[in-house]
Design a binder for this molecule. Structure first.
Ligand code: PBG
Length: 344
């Protein structure tokens, strides 16, 4: 009602709009915690967080990873204790990465039925049946050269690698994994995994593809944790070039067509634009992997007293949500969930 309460003077539409603009006070919506919470467009919820777990051999071992304060490598018998603590904070899904006792050219440890990952899956599903157990499917932690596939004539062979990845996924499913996550960036990896699952009677298992996985310096601390840095060359021949985002959409689309139930963008913080673009184009569930370097940066800066750890970790997680990710794989899962402690 333009003019109402203004002493009877009738405002023209133009004057009305100007008066309204003068009265515009966006800060009214930011006055108190309750008002801010009521109007929050995005929230972090523990059930959308997936916690990575490093599994190793041995017994009774919880071995801290120096470059990732707060993160440890767990022997198979110690994994369920950690996952139980996560579940108490509200984090109900984990993704496993194996550190095998020995590595070889063909990454045999990745698909050995008695390898660390298969044993950890059985342990977790046995003790915590409701936990969503995902397994990373790649060869780099298991190969002596540290590449994500079979090396032939100095290069990673797509065709030789696919059957091994499919075999690993099948073993993880047979051990009871709810979700398998091919991360080698071989072309056709989702399709190879999907058909192996179907062939082996595990068609009820979820495939989460690391669809747009960039060649990134932010994987540094992980490679220390898993001892998986390539011994020669780098991963630019298969992981994506950080210069590209249209190509990421082709990767995501291909994975959906190949049968991925969930697609992923990785890393998260340096790829928020890619997450947002994928969100607006595709209607499948979207995950983002906030990688080791993103974690360690915040840890290191806050240790120096340069950042408030909790505020920074929360802000980063929210930004990933705001960009459009449904799920966040994050080393901060346990801390985020306990900080939230019931308050969104
Ligand atoms: C396996 C894999 C990697 C990460 C997840 N899966 C390592 C890599 O590509 O070098 C990195 C995760 C992280 O940095 O937290 N290919």
């Amino acid at each position: 009602m333009p003019g109402a309460g203004s002493g009877g003077a009738i405002l023209t539409p133009g004057e009305g709009a100007r008066a309204q603009r003068r009265a515009e006070r966006l800060r009214r919506l930011r006055r108190t915690d309750a008002i801010r919470d009521m109007l929050a467009e995005n929230r972090i919820h523990p059930s959308n967080l997936i916690a990575p777990i490093f599994v190793r051999g041995g017994e009774g071992i919880v071995e801290p990873v120096p470059a990732m304060p707060g993160i440890s490598r767990y022997s198979v018998d110690a994994v369920a204790g950690y996952a139980g603590r996560l579940a108490e904070t509200g984090v109900r899904s984990v993704i496993l990465f194996g550190i095998p006792e020995s590595k070889d050219e063909a990454g045999t440890g990745a698909y050995a039925p008695d390898g660390v990952v298969c044993r950890a899956i059985r342990e977790l599903k046995g003790r915590l049946p409701a936990l969503v157990v995902a397994a990373d499917v790649c060869l780099c932690e298991y190969t002596s050269h540290g590449h994500c596939g079979v090396v032939e004539h100095g290069a990673v062979s797509n065709e030789k690698t696919l059957p091994l990845i499919a075999r690993a996924a099948e073993e993880y499913a047979a051990a009871g994994a709810d979700m398998v996550c091919p991360s080698s960036m071989m072309d056709g990896q989702v399709s190879a995994v999907r058909s192996a699952l179907e062939r082996s009677g595990h068609d009820d298992r979820i495939v989460m593809g690391y669809s747009a996985k960039y060649s990134s310096s932010f994987y540094g601390p992980f490679r220390e944790a898993a001892g998986s840095a390539p011994s020669f060359g780098d991963r630019r021949g298969y992981q994506m070039n950080p210069a590209n985002s249209r190509e990421a959409m082709r990767e995501v689309e291909t994975d959906i067509l190949e049968g991925a139930d969930i697609v992923m963008v990785k890393p998260a913080l340096s790829c928020l634009d890619v997450i947002a673009k994928a969100r607006s184009r595709f209607d499948v569930p979207l995950a983002a992997y906030s990688v080791s370097g993103e974690y360690s940066m915040i840890k290191a800066a806050s240790k120096m007293g340069w950042l408030d750890e909790r505020a920074a970790a929360m802000e980063v997680a929210l930004s990933i949500k705001r960009a459009g990710a449904d799920l966040i794989v994050t080393y901060f899962a346990e801390q985020l969930a306990s900080w939230l402690g019931g308050r969104p």
